[in-house]
Unconditional design. Sequence first.
Length: 604
Amino acid sequence: MFLDLFRTFWRCWRPLVLADILFKVAATLVITPLIALAFRAFVEASGREVLADEDILRFFTSPIGLVSGVLIGGVLLATLVLEQAVLLRILWTSAAGHYPRVTSALMGAMADTWTTVKLGSLLVASAILLTAPWAILLGLVYWWLLTGHDINYYLAERPAEFWWAVGIGVALVTACVVMLGMLLASNIFAVPLVVVRRMHVRQSLQRSRELTRGRRWRVTAWLLGWLAVVIVSPWLLFAAYLAVGGWIADLPESLAVLTVLVGLLTLVHFVLSFVLHLIAVIGFALIVWRLWQRMDPDALEATSAANVEALDTDRQWLVWNRWRLAFAGLVGLTIAGIVGSASLAGLKLVDDCEIIGHRGGAAHAPENSLAAIRGAIRARAHWVEIDVQETSDGHVVVVHDRDLKRLAGDGGEVHASTLEQLAKLDIGSRVGAEFKGEPVATLDDVLELAKGRVGVVIELKQYGHDDQLEQRVVDLVEKHEMANEVIIISLDRKMIAKIRELRPEWNIGLLTAVKIGDLTRIDTDLLAVSKELATPALVAQAHFRDRDVAAWTLNTRDSLDRMMDRGVDYVITDDVPLAREVLAERNERPLPARWLRALVAGMD
C-alpha cells in the first residue's frame, strides 16, 4: 500500500499542494477570525474576558460553556473536515482519469460547508459523550484517594494512595484514549462517503461503521503510523536545525555573514516545517482515500462514475527552469537578509531580567521560611516570592499548602489552626538538621526581614477561608511602609481585583498555568505564567500592553537560559545562586551563540 500511496500522490501532487495552501490561506483569513470572535462572545456572555486556570473548568462545565464547546469544537473539526474534503475531491478527480481543477475542488468543498459543520458537531458531541464517563470516574478517584490532605503532600511524599490513584488513572485514561481511537477509526470514511457518494451525514457515519467493522485495528494501525511520522519528523528537523546552528555559532563574529546565515537558516527551517505540515495533512487524506477504496466495494463504481472537469489551463505552472530557479534564489537571499537583520535587531545583548526566589528560595532551605529568605538575600535575589493565608485567629502566615502534612507531618488545616498552634510546628527538620526548629513564618516577620534588602512578591492563597486576607495583607504592608517593595499576585482574579480596589496604585499580578484567550487584556501589572505559557508571542504582546512577564518555576540552567532568551522580565526559581550563575555566563557568551539560543527559545 505504501507504493500505492506514493503513486497516487505523485500523479496529482501539484494540485494537492496548491489546493491545501489556498485552503490554509482562506481559513486563516476568514474561518479562524470568525471562530475567535464567536468564542470570545461566548466567554463574555458568561461574564468573563479571559479564561485562566480554574475559570476554564468552571466555564466548560456551565451550560453556556458546554454549548460553546460543542459548537466551536464542531466548527474547528469541520474546518479540518473541509480541508480533507478539498484534498479528497482532488484525489477523486484524478482517480476518474482527469487532471484536477483546484478551483473546482475548493468551490465544491465550500458548497458542502453546512454538511461538514454538521458532521464535525456530531463527531465532537460523540467524543464528549464518550469522554464524560471516564472524566467523572477520574474525578471520583481523585476525590476518594487524594483529597485527605493538600495535593502537594501526595506529589512530594507519594504515599500508597498516590500510587493507587496513578495506577487507576493511567488505566482509565488509556481506556478512554483507546475508545476515542476506535471512534475515529470507525468514522474515518464519513468524509469520502459525503464527498464522493453524496450521502447524508448520519447515513455516512453509519456506513463508515459498517465498512470498518472487524477492520478497525487495521485502520488504527495506519493512523498510528501516520501520527508517529507527524510527531517524529519535526523533531528530526529541529535536531538538524540545531546542528547547523551550532556550526554557525562557532564561526567568527562577522556581522554581514552572520546576518545572511541567520536569515537563510530561519527561512529554510520555516519552509521545511511548512512542507512537513503539508505532507502530514495530504498524507492523512491519501491514507483515508486508499483505505476507503480497498474496503468499500462501491468505491470504484462511485469514483469512475464521477462527473468531473478536466483542467483547461497550462499544467506546467510548477515546472522549474534555470531562470525561475535563479529568480527564486535571488528572492530567497533577499528574504534571508531581511529575516536575519530583523532577528539580530531583536536580540537582547544586555540581560535586565530580575530573579525571584520561589517560596523564598526553597532549593537550599525550608520553603517559605525566614531561613530561605535570608539565603536568597545573601545570593542577591531581586525578589522573594511567598504564599500567605489566614489562621483561625486572624493572623497572616506564610504557608503554601492548605495544611502542613508535607512540611511538618501535621494534617491540621491552616485556616482551622491558631498562630500559637502553628508556631509549635517544626518545618525545618525534614529539610536538614541545620534547620531543626524552623518555625512557620508570619507575613509580619517576612516584611520586617525583607525591608530595604529584597522585594517581596506576595501570593494570596485561596482555599475558601480568606474572609479578610486582602485587607490584612494591605494593613501589614502599610505598617512596614513597603508599598513600593511588594507585588501582590494570586491565581484568583477576584483577590487581585480586590487589591486593585483597595490600593489602585499598587503593583498586582495574575498567576496562571493555563489560559484561553488574551491574558494581556486583564487589568494587571504582571503576568506570572508557567514556562509553557511564556512564549515569545505572549511576552511581546504583554510588553506592547505595558505588562511585565514572570516565568515559573525554573530550576535548571536550560529553562532559566531559555526564558531569559525569550525576554521575560522575571525568572521565578527555587535556586537563586543557579540563576545568578546563568546570568553571569550569559554575559560571557559570544554573539553567534546568543543568537542561536534566542532563535531556539522562540521555536521550542
